[in-house]
Structure formats: structure tokens, C-alpha cells
Design a binder for this molecule. Structure first.
Ligand SMILES: *Cc1c(COP(=O)(O)O)cnc(C)c1O
Length: 332
């Protein structure tokens, strides 16, 4: 199977914003887009995106998972970046129609069709470093994906970083390109210096998230994660996992966690840690690296509750368990 995110469906749905209006949706080649080299996005990073999935059920039906949440976040990201206001009804129908067009190409579980709505500022004006783009382009790109863990779910090594930031604090809840570029230098350094897979950003000891996933701690019957604030990305997977944990009778604690509490708890047998996100669902964390020391999390292996929660979410997505929270929308 190809590397995650490198295969694309030949066409995408696209709309442009000009003269204060959205164009009709067009289906265009996903090979290229045309843009002026002075386009706002290329200089001043007026860009945001979403990541969601469509799933194939055993009866052949194709379903979108919590699309409303992704569109809401897309609207919020666009607003906070001062991009043109998106038309949420139009975006919804763009997603529906392009997924329907390629419904035969939606892989069987554990694969899925990854959906990447993208919104960029296109105004050709390099003088607008401190002004919004008045024109934009919005497209919905599709990428069929296999099991993220085709190589087996090896528990991750996370460097706990108490001094750096993933992105500027007022950008945390925006799914915007610049944030990933901002985190890349520190992540590459952590990979080469301490063989970490990711950095868990913990500014001033406050445990936030990694470069592209939320962080969850599981201690017995309690699941703990940072409460929503504007400093980090509000994951749809995070919210889904917390809901399923509550359904299973677990205590859900949304509150701040300090690095010292994290290390204290990690030393207890049976404690589990995981990262949550659409691409990888729930990924076990086996080791924290802090001030040059390695701290094993619980057994260091994927924990039973992590596996159970991940399975519970996959079962709903794959149509093997009842969709009690009405998270799925049928495409066809
Ligand atoms: C996308 C993303 C997440 C996970 O969000 P999901 O909606 O669960 O996919 C978490 N953190 C960051 C920084 C992200 O970009």
C-alpha cells in the first residue's frame, strides 16, 4: 500500500470566492490548480484545511463520520484567519458529491477515503502582509488510505517539551498550514537527538498536544485530557473517544495536566497514554522523554483500554456497532 496521503482521486470539487460571492461548485482535475505567484496564501499563509473520512460498510453503503463537526471547525478556522466566510451548505454538498462520485473507490476497512477540504487566500497582492485576501479558493480533495498501522502499532516515544510552542498561542485552535511548518524544526531536532517520534508540547509544564494529534491519559477507570481552550486544536476524535469512554462507564476528566503529574502517573502499572486524531484514530504512547531521562508509560505496550476505545470507535465507523450518537451520514 502506498504511503498515507500520496494517492489522490483524479477529480476534486472546487469553488472560488470573488466579488463577495461564492461561485458554483465545479468538478476539476486534482492534478493542478492555477494561482498567481503573488497569491496571498503563498506569502502570508492564509490557509486552513480539514481532515475527515468516509467509510465502506459490509452492505456496500458509504458513510461520512461527523462531517458537521469538521465543517464547523473549517468555518471557525476560516473566520479566525480572516479568509472569506465559507458557505457551509455548499461545502457539505461539495463533500457529498465528490465522495459519491468516487464511492466505488472507498476502500474496505481498515482502509477509508480520507477527505481533505482546503481553503486558501488567492488575491495577487504581496502588499497585503497585514490585510486579508479578498478572494479565495476552496476545494475538496480525496485520498484513499489503508490502515495507518500497516507496520503494526508500535507505541510512540514522545519528547516532553516545556519551553517550546507548537504554534503561536492565538493560532492553536486553527487547523492552519503555518502551524505545522512552525512545529517542524523542533520535531526534526527531537527525532535526530533523542529518537522521539513526536513532541508533546507542554509550555510551562502544561500538557497540550503533539504536532497533529491530541493527547489522552488513561488511569484505571479515568480518562484525562486537557479541557478545551484556544491554545490547542479541538479534535473530533478526542471528542468521540471521550463520549465512548463515558458510554463505557469511565470517568471523563477534562482538565489541565502538569508534566509532573503526568510523569508521576506514568510510573504506575496499568497507566496508558495515547494520541488521538482522524488519520491514526488512537495511537498508544510507550515512552516519555524528559530532561534526558526515559520514562516508560505503564507497561510500555499498547494498553487494553486504548485498544478497547479504538475498537469501539472503529466499530461504529465500520457499521459493526450501533451508531447511538448519530455520527454517520449516508452518502449512498
Ligand atoms: C487535526 C489535528 C488534531 C486531531 O483532530 P481530529 O479532528 O481528531 O482529526 C489534533 N491536533 C492537531 C494540531 C491537528 O491538526
Amino acid at each position: 500500500m502506498a504511503v498515507f496521503g500520496t494517492v489522490f482521486m483524479p477529480q476534486m470539487a472546487l469553488a472560488t470566492f470573488e466579488n463577495d460571492t461564492w461561485s458554483d461548485t465545479k468538478k476539476v482535475s486534482a492534478e493542478s490548480i492555477q494561482m498567481h505567484p503573488g497569491a496571498h496564501v503563498l506569502h502570508y499563509s492564509s490557509t486552513c484545511f480539514e481532515g475527515m473520512k468516509a467509510f465502506r460498510h459490509a452492505d456496500g453503503g458509504i458513510y461520512l463520520f461527523r462531517m458537521d463537526q469538521n465543517i464547523k471547525r473549517f468555518e471557525q478556522s476560516s473566520r479566525l484567519l480572516n479568509l472569506p466566510k465559507i458557505n457551509t451548505d455548499q461545502v457539505e454538498s461539495m463533500i457529498f458529491s465528490i465522495v459519491a462520485q468516487y464511492s466505488d473507490d472507498v476502500p474496505e476497512p481498515p482502509g477509508s477515503m480520507y477527505i481533505r477540504p482546503t481553503h486558501i487566500g488567492t488575491e495577487a497582492s504581496i502588499g497585503k502582509a497585514a490585510a486579508p485576501s479578498l478572494t479565495s479558493m476552496l476545494y475538496v480533495l480525496l485520498s484513499p488510505v489503508g490502515d495507518y498501522f500497516s507496520g503494526g502499532a508500535r507505541p510512540l516515544r514522545l519528547l516532553l517539551d516545556e519551553t517550546g510552542l507548537r504554534c503561536a498561542p492565538h493560532m492553536g485552535m486553527i487547523k492552519s498550514g503555518g502551524n505545522y511548518a512552525s512545529a517542524l524544526g523542533p520535531i526534526l531536532q527531537a527525532r535526530s537527538e533523542v529518537q522521539a517520534d513526536q513532541i508533546l508540547f507542554c509550555p510551562n509544564g502544561d500538557v497540550q498536544e503533539t504536532g497533529a494529534a491530541n493527547f489522552i491519559l488513561i488511569d484505571g477507570n479515568e480518562i484525562i485530557t486537557k479541557a478545551l481552550d484556544s491554545s490547542f486544536l479541538h479534535g473530533v476524535t478526542r471528542s468521540s473517544i471521550l463520549t465512548l469512554a463515558a458510554d463505557l462507564g469511565m470517568t471523563v476528566s477534562e482538565r489541565d495536566i502538569s508534566v509532573s503529574e503526568l510523569l508521576q502517573r506514568a510510573a504506575k502499572p496499568g497507566v496508558e497514554a495515547a494520541l488521538s486524531g482522524t488519520a491514526a484514530v488512537l495511537t498508544p504512547v510507550g515512552t516519555f522523554i524528559h530532561n534526558g531521562e526515559e520514562h516508560q508509560v505503564g507497561s510500555g505496550e499498547a494498553g487494553p483500554t486504548t485498544i478497547k476505545l479504538r475498537q469501539a470507535l472503529n466499530d461504529i465507523q465500520w457499521g459493526k456497532a450501533e451508531d447511538k450518537h448519530n455520527w454517520l451520514v449516508k452518502v449512498k
